[in-house]
Design a protein around this ligand. Structure first.
Ligand SMILES: [Zn+2]
Length: 207
């Protein structure tokens, strides 16, 4: 509950970056003693950006149990929000975050070799299986599986290499972006026990 006279109010904007001092409460909940806004990005005011920020926040919250932080998740969330604020295309920043999060959680898709037989993937479209955790070669893929374009696989490899500078400059049209998101989101949702509300919302927004 935020009371109108609360001194903490102005610092607590949605998806803002704050430094919080907590005092140990008597029960399960701690008491917020002090809040200070950390200078830097601002997400507020843009619906699409806010929806992507919700994805970052939901995923960070989902993978961390109360009082058991996962190493690197906080840093990743802050970096992702920062990138989201500076990037003209929020989807681009959001996809980068998904790849980084998958990597951090140990769920990064296998992109160089067939996930089933380990043979190197040929330079051509390949089927993706979230269950298997990567791409499949011709011999291992089922005929019914959709093929992911080579361009998508190449961008995914660039993302996995962590080269953000080059990634920022890659031209991504709508179809390529959607294909990249499709791979990353299916891989992520395969590893989560519940679906992400923010991801469902992003899909609804696009319809
Ligand atoms: Zn294979």
């Amino acid at each position: 509950m935020r009371r109108p006279e609360s001194k903490l109010g102005p610092s607590l904007e949605l998806y803002g970056h704050v430094d919080v001092l907590l005092a140990k409460g008597r029960g399960e909940l701690d008491v917020v003693a002090q809040v200070q806004r950390v200078p830097g990005y601002r997400i507020e005011g843009d619906v699409v950006r806010m929806a992507h920020a919700a994805l970052i926040a939901e995923l960070a919250e989902r993978v961390c149990e109360d009082r058991h932080p996962v190493e690197g998740v906080y840093e990743l969330a802050v970096t992702a929000m920062d990138e989201l604020a500076r990037e003209t295309d929020p989807r681009r920043a959001s996809a980068w975050f998904l790849m980084s999060a998958l990597d951090l959680l140990g769920y990064a898709p296998q992109l160089m070799a067939c996930v089933s037989c380990e043979r190197p993937l040929a330079a051509k479209p390949a089927a993706f299986s979230a269950e298997a955790g990567g791409f499949l070669c011709d011999r291992c893929a089922l005929p019914s599986m959709d093929l992911v374009p080579l361009a998508t696989i190449k961008v995914l490899r660039l993302m996995a290499s962590g080269d953000l500078e080059t990634y920022r400059r890659v031209k991504l049209d709508g179809a390529l972006m959607a294909s990249i998101e499709g791979v990353l989101q299916s891989q992520l949702e395969h590893h989560l026990d519940r679906r992400l509300k923010s991801l469902a919302f992003l899909h609804e927004m696009r319809m």
